[in-house]
Design a protein around this ligand. Sequence first.
Ligand SMILES: [Ca+2]
Length: 418
Amino acid sequence: MKTFVKSALFVTLAAIPAAAQVNMGEQKPESSLPFTLNQVTTFNLPWRMAFLPDGRMLVTEKVGPIWLVTEKGLKTAVLNVPAAQYSNQNGMLGIYVSPNYASDQTVYLTYSEPGTIGGIAGSSLALAKAKLAFSTNANNQSVASLEGLQVIWRDGARGRGGQFGAAVAFSPDNKFLFLSVGERQRFTPAQDPNQPLGKILRLTLDGKPAPGNPNAGKTGAASVGIINPPADTEAAKTAPIAYTYNFPGPNLTPSETWTSGHRTPYAMAFGPDGRLWEVEHGPRGGDELNLIEPGKNYGWPNVAYATNYNGKPIPSHDTNPAGITKPVIYWNPVIAVGNIAFYKGAMFPQWNGSALIGGMVSRSITRVTFDGKGGAKAAERWDMGKRIRDVAVAPDGAIWLLEDSTTGGMFRVTPKAP
Ligand SMILES: [Ca+2]
């Protein structure tokens, strides 16, 4: 009898999929928008905006400059901005206001830092911090300047390839900084514990390995072979080494790493449930919303809900390889995520606790709801008619958008008048 009960239970469990990964790629947009867009100004390939406590914003343009922008759209160029190597997806990327800004007046930047190794020019991700200082220019406008800029973390390996990731999220206790590092279209480094590419790192606010990381205290190989971006996941397996990168000191990658197996982690934010959520690009298909938990491996490039751009197949996440975590939601066809922002504010109280995910290829915003237990569901998808690179929530509860274009609009989004 005991045996019978056990096997009946086993049959019941086996009939239920281990997890319900939902494809939201075919989601139809809503028939109308519940909000109004007002274009405030435009930028040349804007990437990220960050709100200062007074409601003004800092906005990065991928081509290099950073702007101080008022809510009315008046812009002044921020001074002392470091050099970034702009090409395709690389350039001046993220900007983030310190969680302790009131006391430290600090901002964090992520960008493609140029450099040459062995005669090969390239770039790699840098994370810098600087104090934001204000003065008044000859036209009596407020001007911001980056003072005492320090690169607090860098991938020194340089090399070729786009997709830096370069997203930053601060822990809810304001003590730690999570940095997403894209795999630079090189595939295999995402599974190499000696390389930061394809990882999410957890660092102190000064860029050091954070205590309590899964491999805290461990160091990696003193040198790694760097490859150029191969054609696809199969070619990556035998890609020749272009040059060897020697770490200038101990290779701290293992002790910095929080999670691995990421492709293009452009979007990352903590939800009100205290959980870290990340959205990354797949190639042809397979954009993913992942619940980020320490030590987990999210599978790239071994598995995906996608094929290579050239059509070569990639094993599915549903082959369930040992030790790989599936996305909570995936999109096939892709949305090509721009960013994710959790909504909290007075203007759209019905969306408090939801995430808004901007899409570039889909020209959409998707609202995602969370069950507080690690589950998420897509609610509406709104057709915005524009490539949505960034979405942010202002102190007054308005939603702000940046459009991915050389004449990319900055929009303030408020509820549609009844
Ligand atoms: Ca994955």
